[in-house]
Design a protein around this ligand. Structure first.
Ligand SMILES: [Zn+2]
Length: 173
């Protein structure tokens, strides 16, 4: 069941109430994320449990999404499964410091008791994206197409743009 969340949440109140959230956001609503992708289809599913840890306000959980990126070897589309865990500590004001950073908690500065849940999840997904997405070794569909085109293009007067691409590819290897 998909719950509808307000755009802004109060993480301190949620921590007091030990709130549990489970839901999904469409990738298309995440502008910064979709800019890094080859398609804005699909959803980001997440679950998040707010709680108090000693006197700090924290949230832990996980997210998952399947996105389409551009393979850096063949420049074709590649499906990338993104899975991650979330460990957040909420602090008030710029000067406040997170106390659990050495335990892997990321400090989130909250202004006016309000935080965009969508942006929070979006940030987590962006951090989890691979820097250089690639198909599995030997499974680049694009590289096969490049080789075929090179063979069929026999016009010597016209430089073959794919040859340039293939050379770039070779130089990278
Ligand atoms: Zn590829």
């Amino acid at each position: 069941m998909v719950k509808h969340f307000p755009e802004l949440i109060d993480p301190f109140k949620f921590a007091r109430q030990a709130e549990k959230l489970h839901g999904k956001f469409p990738v298309a609503q995440m502008k910064r994320l979709s800019d890094s992708l080859d398609s804005d289809g699909g959803d980001v599913e997440f679950e998040l449990t707010f709680d108090r840890k000693e006197r700090a306000r924290v949230a832990t959980g996980s997210f998952r999404t399947d996105v389409k990126m551009v393979c850096q070897r063949c420049l074709d589309q590649v499906n990338v499964a993104i899975r991650g865990t979330i460990h957040l500590e909420f602090v008030e004001g710029e000067e406040a410091e997170g106390r659990f950073e050495d335990q892997g908690y990321e400090t989130v500065i909250v202004k006016d008791n309000s935080l965009s849940l969508l942006e929070l999840i979006e940030d987590e997904v962006i951090l989890a994206l691979p820097f250089s997405p690639l198909h599995e070794k030997g499974e680049c569909p694009g590289s096969t197409i490049v080789e075929k085109l090179q063979v069929t293009n026999q016009n010597p007067d016209k430089p073959n743009p794919f040859a340039v691409l293939a050379k770039l590819k070779k130089d990278q290897e």
